[in-house]
Structure formats: C-alpha cells, structure tokens
Design a protein around this ligand. Structure first.
Ligand code: CA
Length: 726
C-alpha cells in the first residue's frame, strides 16, 4: 500500500476521530447538560491566576510562566528558559505523567501561571494541575452532548484555554464560551456564540484574551456555514462586537460596512445557501502595538469557486488575514492570501508578531505560513505585503506577484474540466500545528508538509455547475467517493512527506530541514537553550539543535503527537510539557508505523526535567488482522452507492476506503456482534453516548445496508490483499 490517501484530509482533519466503538472511560458520561445560564455579572473575587494585559505584554520578565496561547501577545512560542540546553538536554527525562483516559487527539497548548498548569482535553474538559508534581487541583467538564460530534468535522478536539483575570475561558465543541473560576474550576457563566443552530457550527480553537475581552471564532465551513468572530466582555460575557467574514444574502441588510465591500467580490450563484465559509477556527491574535486583532480566515464553502461564485471574484474575506480594531471590531486592513479560494486554502494558521529589519527599515511584522504553501510577512501597520516565499512545492501557483500581492495561478490549479493532482492539498503545506520564532537568528521553526490531493468533482456537479445543499453533511463541490475510487484505481500517486523546517522568512531559504517518515506531526517550540522541540507521529518527542538541526535527544512516548510543547519553571527546575495523543493518519493506508496505528492512542500529559527518572510502561502492539467475513448479499451498484454514501458521511471520521489509523477502531475489523447491530447503531444511535450519533435523518435502512455492504466488501478485499502479500 503506497501513501495514496493522505488527502482525504478533508476539512482540517486534525485527527478525526470518533468512532463506532471507541470506549473512553473519561468520556462516557451520559448526564444531561446543565442549564444554559444567561451571562450575568457574577459576584466574583479573583484570588488566583491574576493574569492581565500588562503581564502578558511583559511575559519575558516572568519566563517561568507560559501565560497565553503563544506565551505572549506576539505568539512567538519561544521560551527564554535555558537550563535545558544543547549541553544538558541529554539528561532530560520524564518527571511525571498524567494519564487522561482519552483516545482522541490532544491538540491543546497548556497555560502555566504561578505553579499551576491549565489545559483542555477532549470534549473541552479543563484540567488544573500542580505544575511541579502533576497533582490535580480540579477538573471542569462542560457536559457537551456526545451526539454533537456528528456535527464537527474532526473529533471532539480543542486547542486550548485562555487564563485571564482569575478565570479560565474555554469554548465548547457545541459553541458555548465558558468562564470558569480559576481557583476551583466552577463555572461562572456560559454564553451561546452560535448565530444559527440549524447549521453545523462547532468550535475547536482557543479563545484569546485582551483589553478586557475574550475573542472567539468557530469552524464548520465544510458543512456549509458563514464565518464570524465575536468579542465578549471578559467579566460579564456580554457581546461587545461581531465581525462576519463573508457576506450573507445580499437581499438582507449588511451587518457592518465591511460586508458591503465584501459583497462586491461575490458574483452570481447563491453562496449564502451553502454558507460561504470563511470560518476563523484557529488563529486570532491581539496586537498591543496597534490595538488591533488579526483574524485568520478560512476556506470557501463550498470549496469549488465556480459553484460558489460562478461569476468570478475574489470572494472576500476568504483565506485572508483581517485586522480589526480590538474595541470596536471595525476593519483596519486586510490581506487575502488566496483570492477566490478553490482548494480549501485557509489562512487560519497561527500568526506570529515580531519586529525585524526588512530592506533596511525596522518593521513591525506579522508572519504566517498558511495552507497555500507561501510564507507571508506583512507590515502590521497597514497590511503591506513584504515577503511571500514558497516553503513547499506549490503546483497551483508559480509565485506571488509582489506588485499586486496576488498569487499567479498555473494551469494545473484548475480541476473544473478534469481531476488534477494539486500540491498542496487541503491539509496544506502547513496546518494549525504551532510554529516558533527565534528573534536572535531570525529563523522560524515549523512543521511543513508536501501533501497533494487529487481534486475531482462528480460528473453531475461538473456538468451542471450546480451543487445542491446537503444539510447536515459536507458540501465541498469535490466528490470524495469518486476521489477515493480514482486513487484506488490509479497507482503511482505522489508521496506525502513531512518536515521540520528552520526557515528564514525574509530570504525564503532553509537553514536546515529534517524529513519525517510521516507528514502529520506536532507543533514546535524553540528555546533560549538553543533547542527546538517537536513531537512526531511515530511517538517520539525530540530536541534538535536550533542552529544546525541535529537531533540531540529523543524520547519514545509510544503516542502520536500533534500538540506543541511548552516550557516553564517551578522553583529552579525547568520543565518541558506536551500533550500526547492523536492519530498519525486517520485517512487510510499511509505509513503504518505511527504510534497511534501500532499501539492505539492513549492521551496523556508528559512533563520532562533534567534527570527525571519516571518511566512509561511499554505498550502492547495492536492486532491488525481483518476477520474472515462472508460477503453480504448486495449488487455491485449497491456497493458503489454504499461507497458514495460512506464517503459523504462516514469517511471523515472512519477513514477513506475504510482505513482508519488508530485513534479509533477500524471498521474492517468489526466483531460479529457489531455487524449484527450495524443498522441499529447507525440509525438509532445506540452508541451516541460514545459520539456515534444516529443518522436516521440522512439514511434509511437500505442506505445503511449499502454502506454496510461496502464496508464488508472493502474488508474482504483488503484481507485477501494482505494474505497475498508475503
Ligand atoms: Ca477547511
């Protein structure tokens, strides 16, 4: 099996992960959700975690803490601590571990304030632990209904909390922003951030806190939504402003003046039916120098622009970086990385702020490596484009024209006439995994990937130019079932490759690059110890020399990692912490040496220090034998139809061509009892308390039988192929 299926990357995948039959002790709660309290100015006396703007701004004066998502407002993720350094790192060992009883990916950046470490896990459970010992202080559970998982693209994942004014803020999968008392884990208020609950909005991103406000966006573009960001009063939860990223139905009034401008760039069609997209599901960065907030805006919904805006146009503010006033939400400037996005090229990737000399002048800059494969350096004052150097192969565009600021698309970029392999694919040349900047060297360290997709529309959609909205399902324009078949039938697809790169954003040159066996790896942290830390899909946490890329230390966690490491200090002891848990490649058939594939995924917080002597138990390797199944009575047409339905509704979690990689069970290996109950599980939702919601609104019994027949057929063929391979 070659590496032909990374692509199904689908939506921001991440590590999709819910599953028929995941058993997750920590997540098996069936309790009713608590009442949705209205925001109110609670009587609240902050006693701990007294983080404010001044402290976050001056984070370098307290290097023992990690006060915010990217450590400070510049979000450079560079730790000034240096007792763990190139000379001492060989002595790094495990200090303590906190097992989190979770099989889903862990993506969160922990926050450390005054000896307490705060982080979110799956389902937005929030933990507060003693940062030196790992002793639990409290756990908060928002009681998110498990069946909501069906409405989220990529598992019940969460990238982190904000700690501010004695409170911890987390956004739930089902779209509530929650304020928690940092001293005891009690909920103070929750507010509903979702404007339309008939649409599949969800939240996976970390809120940001500044100027007495909490900023939060959402995700769901693949399902068909309209993106926006909201600012809330940090104390009361009252809404302060809301900025939509794409226009709604032009027959209705514009919510704010920027929508009038944006609407002139959408032409023909009825994009508002599908939603338009432009969700801000990851990066929102506050800039204290200009008192503005940068919104990293996502892809179009649907993906295919001829379906979304058949008259052409740039489709603002898709795939843009938008700077808005922190107090009013009114726009100061925007820069669009991918005009008329056609490939799921989000600009939601992490943004870092810095000051640097550019062409002889000192500039305040913003840096981003979005999915489209170009590394952007913008002037933060006005959004002027300063650099746009490629960091991976980009077959969709030859270069960015610096005069116009626009990418120059190639003939290869257009898949409207026939399917095309395009690099990057929808997983991007870089995704949400954190990057880090060392101001002393001017280098950015980040996980890049060369990761193509065969973009193909169904014949029907390609010939009619019309995509009917499919409520509750993905509305992409491209046709996953067809792509799965094409890739399966066509050998010799291009390989996907992952890298850790040390990249000069001004020259576009690599100082060094490490190639990984698997492309989907963890975020990065650099430190004053001359080290770059990264966890990878194979389960190794490694420290590289930041000046030359030499791997100086590694540790086998037996757990695939996608989250970024952080560093902090308690007393005189420096620690490195990382949340481990994930699937290297949930989308079938790629490398089988990821830790998630070999051992399954058991989430944990791992904390290291010099001379740490804790040990992890060696895990068991999982049995990967597909059982000997009898064919179900079904025609070839039924199986083909089952393939189409499976890839519309099931593949995002269970893997393309039914090849999942480990964070959840492989449906080809279902036991007899599960086969017997298949229709019941899918239609009635008998496993909904584990995240496998019922699909009776989409499927009838014959649909489910076809899906079952397809899965069964796939299992029989894959078993035969495995037995034929020596
Ligand atoms: Ca997307």
């Amino acid at each position: 099996m070659g590496s032909r299926f990374w692509w199904i990357a689908l939506p921001l995948l991440a590590v999709a992960a819910f599953a028929l039959l995941v058993t997750e002790p920590e997540d098996s709660s069936t309790a009713d959700p608590p009442p949705r309290s209205e925001p109110e100015p609670a009587v609240f006396q902050a006693t701990t975690a007294l983080v404010d703007d001044a402290r976050i701004n001056a984070a370098d004066t307290e290097p023992q803490n990690w006060l915010a998502y990217g450590r400070d407002y510049y979000e450079q993720r560079f730790s000034p601590l240096d007792s763990i350094n190139q000379e001492s790192v060989g002595r790094l060992g495990l200090a303590w571990v906190s097992e989190l009883a979770s099989s889903f990916a862990l993506q969160s950046t922990p926050i450390v304030v005054d000896g307490i470490i705060y982080f979110s896990t799956n389902w937005r459970r929030v933990h507060a632990l003693d940062a030196a010992t790992g002793e639990s202080r409290w756990v908060y559970d928002p009681q998110t209904p498990r069946e909501f998982l069906r409405k989220a693209c990529c598992g019940p994942v969460n990238r982190g909390v904000a700690v501010y004014g004695g409170r911890v803020y987390v956004a739930t999968l089902d779209g509530f922003l929650v304020s928690i008392d940092a001293s005891n884990g009690k909920e103070l208020w929750r507010v509903d951030t979702i404007v339309d609950r008939t649409r599949n909005y969800s939240i996976t991103g970390a809120p940001r806190a500044a100027k007495g406000k909490i900023f939060i966006g959402n995700g769901g573009a693949e399902f068909g939504v309209r993106g926006y960001v909201t600012a809330y009063d940090a104390q009361s939860g009252d809404q302060v402003w809301r900025f939509y990223t794409v226009p709604g139905n032009p027959a209705e009034p514009f919510e704010h003046p920027e929508m009038e401008l944006a609407a002139t760039t959408w032409k023909g069609g009825e994009w508002w039916n599908i939603g338009g997209g432009g969700t801000v599901w990851n990066s929102i960065v506050y800039d204290p120098d200009f008192d503005q907030v940068y919104l990293g805006v996502g892809n179009g919904a649907p993906w295919t622009r001829t379906l979304r805006s058949p008259g052409g146009g740039d489709n603002l503010f898709l795939a843009s970086i938008v700077a808005v006033d922190a107090d009013t939400g009114s726009m100061n400037w925007y820069y669009q990385t991918t005009p008329g996005d056609n490939w799921d090229y989000t600009a939601v990737q992490d943004m870092m702020l810095a000051e640097m000399d550019v062409d002889g002048a000192r500039r305040k800059v913003l840096m981003q490596a979005p999915k489209n494969g170009f590394f952007y350096v913008l002037d933060r004052e006005d959004g002027e484009l300063l650099r746009a150097n490629p960091f991976v192969t980009t077959t969709w565009a030859s270069h960015v024209d610096m005069a116009s600021g626009r990418p120059v698309e190639t003939e290869q970029s257009d898949y409207s006439e026939r399917p095309k392999w395009i690099v990057p694919g929808p997983l991007g040349g870089h995704n949400w995994q954190a990057m880090s900047f060392d101001a002393s060297s001017g280098l950015v360290y980040f996980p890049a990937q060369q990761n193509p997709l065969l973009y193909a529309m169904s014949d029907e959609v390609a010939s009619t130019g019309v995509l009917k909205r499919n409520p509750g399902q993905m509305n992409l324009g491209i046709e996953l079932g067809r792509i799965a078949q094409l890739i399966d039938e066509t050998p010799g697809a291009p390989e996907a490759v992952g890298y850790l790169k040390a990249f000069d954003p001004l020259t576009g040159k690599e100082a060094w690059s490490v190639e990984h066996p698997h492309y989907w790896n963890g975020g990065v942290m650099a430190s004053a110890g001359g080290l770059v830390f990264q966890g990878d899909a194979l389960g190794y946490l490694s420290a590289y020399a930041s000046d030359r890329g030499e791997r100086l230390w590694h540790y086998n966690t037996y757990t695939s990692m996608v989250a970024p490491p952080i560093s902090y200090q308690v007393g005189t002891t420096q620690y490195v912490a990382i949340l481990a848990g994930g699937a290297g490649d949930n989308f079938g058939g790629h490398t089988t040496d990821t830790a998630a594939y070999r051992y399954g995924s058991y989430g944990k917080l791992l904390v290291f220090k010099l001379d740490g002597s804790e040990e992890l138990p060696e895990p068991f390797e999982l049995d990967k034998i597909i059982p000997d199944l009898k064919p179900l009575s079904a025609s070839t047409e039924d199986i083909d139809r089952g393939n189409k339905l499976y890839h519309e509704a099931c593949a995002v979690c269970h893997g393309v061509n039914v090849k999942s990689a480990g964070a959840m069970p492989d449906l080809r290996m279902m036991r007899t009892q599960v086969h017997d109950r298949f229709a019941q599980i899918v239609l009635e939702g008998t496993l909904s308390n584990q995240g496998m919601a019922g699909f009776a609104d989409l499927f009838d019994v014959s649909d489910v039988q076809r899906i079952h027949a397809y899965i069964n057929d796939r299992a029989i063929r894959d078993r035969a192929a495995a037995l034929a391979t020596p």
